[in-house]
Design a protein around this ligand. Structure first.
Ligand code: SF4
Length: 477
């Protein structure tokens, strides 16, 4: 979301005549796009702000000014602390106030501290075409909705990013079409809760039987929206734009996976067979305390249904270690869920309590830090062991890989991602333009290549490339 917010803010500033530099010495304005989801993310920004303030003093000695701004969730959450108490920033803009940035910056240039942290019920930046910044330009994020209504008890997002609102489908389709024309090979539909997408501007398309949306066994703390165009409609439209462009989406909530969405993913070769299913915990008691709206059993039933409809699907998840009142037994339940599901990709965090949340007001952050840390390490270790086994089942298979660039470890190797979003590393070489053709071509970022997998660990797959390919003649034997 922060990458996308940067692209939106940058688009607005570019129109207002600003140009971008990545060198601090050349900058008149430095803007930090921030995240509040965990304490660690905020600490990084506090440290950065202290460094920037020191740089600002040095720059001022040379009779130049430097305006420092904080954008996004921290601006929303810590407005008075940032602006008045610590006096580290000149400009604050919350996630719904980026259109106001040129005005805020001109106030700051006039010597005032300026802020706008109003949350909106409508702002989706639908008409702002983001300036996409991704490396090599072969993949892009497309924001489809903002905010979240779910109110999970640990989460600050509903308070910093506001109520859930969906961007009109027509503007999403237009942006994806534009990206496709620019040669982008992969888009990720982006939002806090993408699969609860509802474009209510087209209510004439609604009919009552299309409103049953929740996955079996799942509940929602808010009234689900009725009518309009749903996530299945959006996926359908977007995936038809260019059959050779991969479609991904993140982050979904497990409650909104009706069979219709799963069947569409299975049918369309350009919708990646990778689902992020954030479980957070394997204990029904803790899931209840987290207000996630499902039990362990409902989650496992969903996994079974997904695997029935999309065989070979790759699964990823988020987990929180040491949530309020989590016992050893609850922790063991999460370990057993990890073993039972067998995820390809996992993201693990220790719990850090955020002010304003339901947990802050009603629950006690009573798992000691060393216990949280130990449980986190245990979760990661179990995940790695299992993920290695899951990824090893791909040895001998041929995977279609979208090339991202050089691998981090060696300039003689390239890396990319398979359909399941697992990293694939392979030696750089020239390849036949098609199978059994003698004409050769080098591999560049944004190419699709077929890679024969020869080894695997919990993080990545390794192999050797066979030939150039495309999604149209996809082979994943
Ligand atoms: S679904 Fe829950 S965890 Fe995700 S953004 Fe919304 S409130 Fe936060």
């Amino acid at each position: 979301m922060n990458t996308n917010d940067t692209e939106i803010a940058w688009s607005i500033l570019q129109k207002a005549g600003y140009s971008r530099t990545l060198e601090l010495q050349k900058a008149d304005v430095v803007l930090l796009v921030t995240c509040s989801i965990r304490e660690k993310a905020e600490q990084t920004i506090w440290n950065r702000l202290k460094h920037l303030t020191a740089s600002k003093k040095r720059i001022q000695k040379h009779k130049r000014s430097l305006t420092i701004g904080v954008l996004g969730c921290m601006a929303e959450r810590l407005k008075s602390e940032l602006l008045d108490q610590e006096k580290l920033v000149d400009v604050l803009a919350g996630p719904d106030a980026y259109r106001d940035l040129p005005r805020l910056l001109s106030l700051a240039h006039g010597g005032q501290r300026a802020s706008n942290v109003l949350l909106s019920l409508e702002e989706t930046y639908a008409d702002v075409i983001p300036v996409h910044q991704t490396l090599e330009g072969h993949s892009a994020f497309v924001s489809i909705m903002r905010g979240c209504d779910n109110m999970c008890s640990y989460c600050i997002v509903p308070f910093t990013r506001g109520r859930e609102r969906s961007r009109p489908m027509s503007s999403i389709v237009e942006e994806v079409r534009m990206l496709s024309d620019q040669g982008v090979k992969e888009i990720t539909l982006l939002g806090q809760n993408v699969n609860s997408y509802r474009d209510l501007s087209k209510l004439q398309f609604s009919c009552s039987e299309r409103n049953t949306q929740l996955s079996r066994g799942f509940q929602s703390v808010y009234r689900t929206k009725q009518g309009g165009l749903r996530f299945a409609d959006l996926l359908d439209r977007v995936s038809l734009i260019n059959p050779n462009m991969r479609i991904r989406f993140t982050s979904p909530h497990p409650k909104d996976f009706p069979d219709e969405v799963l069947q569409l993913i299975q049918e369309r070769s350009n919708i990646c067979k990778h689902l992020h299913l954030p479980a957070q915990s394997g204990s029904s008691r803790i899931l209840h305390a987290m207000r996630r709206g499902y039990t362990r059993e409902a989650y496992l039933e969903l996994v079974e249904n997904i695997r029935k409809i999309i065989p070979g699907v790759s699964l990823s998840s988020d987990f929180i270690a040491g949530f309020c009142s989590e016992t050893e037994e609850d922790h063991q339940q999460t370990i057993s869920l990890l073993k039972e599901v067998g995820y390809n990709i996992g993201f693990f965090f220790t719990y850090s309590m955020r002010k304003k949340t339901h947990a802050y007001h009603r629950l006690e952050d009573n798992v000691p830090a060393p216990v949280k840390k130990r449980r986190l390490e245990e979760l990661i270790s179990v995940f790695r062991e299992k993920a290695t086994k899951v990824n090893m089942t791909l040895i001998g298979n041929t995977q279609l890989v979208l090339v991202e660039g050089k691998s981090k470890r060696s300039s003689e190797e390239l890396c990319g991602r398979n359909d399941g979003n697992v990293k694939v590393i392979f030696p750089k070489t020239n390849l036949p333009v098609q199978p059994e053709k003698t004409q050769m071509a080098c591999i560049t970022p944004g190419d699709y290549v077929l890679v024969k997998i020869t080894s695997a660990n919990s993080q990545s797959l390794r192999g050797h490339a066979l030939n150039h390919s495309s999604l149209n003649d996809r082979k994943t034997a």
